[in-house]
Write a protein that binds this ligand. Sequence first.
Ligand SMILES: [Zn+2]
Length: 249
Amino acid sequence: MSIHFLNCFTCSGRVPAHWHTGALCLLVETDQGPVLVDTGLGREDYVRQPAILRAFRLVIRALINPEEAAVRQLARLGYDPKSVCHIVLTHMHFDHVGGLPDFPHATVHVHRREYEAFTRSPQRLSDLGYVRRHVAHDPEFALYGDGVRRWYGWPALRLPFEPEMWLVELFGHTPGHCGVAVRTESGWLFNVGSAAPIGFTEEVPPWLTRLMVGPHEASIRAFRTAHPEIHMTTGHMWLDFFEGRRGSG
Ligand SMILES: [Zn+2]
């Protein structure tokens, strides 16, 4: 079993200019073939940039490189993109789901609350990050929310894959935002998505952190201290995280 850590959208800050980040997508080998966790931007996003991406580029410097699309990276890693039958989402912001149309036959696994927030008319600021055309190909959705159990005490929903995978409810950044936990050969990988700041940085003032990532940051930080054996990541990582990390368990 192996997990690839892919950077599917490189961004740098304008202020602070030393911030260089990549959107983290996981490629997990499972009993049902390779499963993608988030997709980053997709091929079409590089051709026709969504308005929200163009707006973002006023405050970030985005490397607009279509080679970063997950579908291109998978091909380079030797995977047939058609073998990806399942995609798990932390949430449905454009920088996490833009690649869905590149895997049109994949079932999309997401929390029901997130799907509902995506499909209703916009009600809150975070809804501006949703881009309708990312599901214009009408993918099959598997929605979660019933039968909540616990993973290390967090409310969580079991995903139907082996190795064991969980959607961990971390609502706030968006209404149905979840982390994703994956059992690995050495223990657990817990990607908290956008429920914590980039690479767990403490550079951001707490009020701004709460505004951007929601209410769980302090509990996630405490959990990280209590469980150093669990490998934890965030939905956007510092660029150096991806270097030399093409396929580890
Ligand atoms: Zn987001």
